[in-house]
Write a protein that binds this ligand. Sequence first.
Ligand SMILES: [Zn+2]
Ligand SMILES: [Zn+2]
Length: 75
Amino acid sequence: MLPLDPQADPGRRAWIPCPRCRDHQQCEPCQEQRTCPTHWRYLLGNTGTRLHLQCRTCTHVWTHHTHFGHTPRRR
Ligand SMILES: [Zn+2]
Ligand SMILES: [Zn+2]
């Protein structure tokens, strides 16, 4: 497990499913794409349309590409 990024700030959150642990899959608010009180990610920063995120469940760090008008691609 990675340590929590020093830029991780609970005040900056993003509701994007974690591609590693997928802990949102059994969760009702997440499935309905509501702002789940449990499954939010740390928003470490962003560069243009890329969001740098860290999961607080498994500490996975990844970059989420936001393309307006497209659904996010899954890896
Ligand atoms: Zn995770
Ligand atoms: Zn959830």
